[in-house]
Design a protein around this ligand. Structure first.
Ligand SMILES: [Zn+2]
Length: 256
């Protein structure tokens, strides 16, 4: 190891030592911290009024491993509520557009884990991520016990088609966690495909690469695809893991 790298590692270790505390506990790396780092993109004034939950700039990044609130929430649900790691059954899990910490943890677990993303030019992907289009999933009907699609649908123009594919490949009574950024102040989702300009998208939907801003009728969109949906909030119960108190989980099941 060269001297520059060694000094940088010592500096990082001292910094982590300095910020050890009891305010947050990361379920991925186990680091206990007195603070978290900023993550996400600040909303422009035009969309701030919508009070979008699950987006925007917020202090939610783990100092040690870089995990963020949204992937921690999904992991905590799977671990502490669904109990999929404790089960004697080997669950079949599909993870779309996998977040690094969550996917690495699931990969090392006792699950039959597959993850995929639509490969985009200019980006690199870990070798365990498969090139996959959520609009045409290369799997038989009723394949997966658990499907994770965490803050992905807002990027997909044909989100209803994606939902149909997720529903098709989920096993009867299987579980899908399909989180999106959402405004509970909006009765109806804002969607306008004529808006293609990145800046117009940012001031309309909250982010330049989003196709829409979901409102309270998101739940109807899930139900239209066949899912039975229950909206729950576990954030207060697991506040020590630095999750967003306002982020509800959409627990989607395939009716048997
Ligand atoms: Zn961490």
């Amino acid at each position: 190891m060269n001297l520059k790298k060694l000094l940088s590692e010592i500096h990082r270790e001292l910094w982590l030592l300095k910020h050890r505390g009891h305010d947050y506990s990361c379920p991925f790396c186990g680091y206990n911290a007195d603070m978290m780092l900023p993550f996400g993109q600040e909303f422009v004034e035009d969309v701030e009024k919508y009070h979008i939950v699950g987006g925007g700039k917020r202090n939610v990044r783990c100092l040690k491993c870089g995990s963020h609130d949204r992937e921690r929430l999904v992991y905590i649900y799977l671990k502490h509520v669904a109990g999929i790691f404790q089960s004697s059954r080997k669950f079949e899990v599909l993870h779309i557009a996998p977040e690094p910490r969550l996917s690495q943890t699931l990969l090392k677990s006792n699950l039959n884990y597959i993850c995929g993303d639509l490969f985009t030019k200019g980006y690199t992907y870990p070798e365990y991520v498969r090139n996959m289009n959520v609009l045409h999933l290369p799997f038989e009907d009723n394949t997966f016990d658990v499907i994770l699609c965490n803050h992905v649908l807002e990027h997909i123009p044909e989100d209803r088609k994606a939902l149909q594919e997720l529903f098709r490949t989920l096993k009867p009574s299987g579980l899908a966690l399909l989180q999106v950024p959402i405004s509970y102040q909006l009765e109806h989702t804002i969607e306008d495909f004529s808006i293609q300009d990145p800046h117009l998208r940012e001031i309309t939907f909250g982010q330049e690469d989003h196709c829409r801003l979901y409102g309270k009728d998101y739940i109807d969109r899930l139900k239209d695809s066949g899912f039975e949906v229950k909206m729950i909030n576990i954030s207060t119960e697991y506040a020590q893991f630095g999750v967003n108190p306002e982020e509800n989980l959409f627990i989607c099941r395939k009716r048997v």
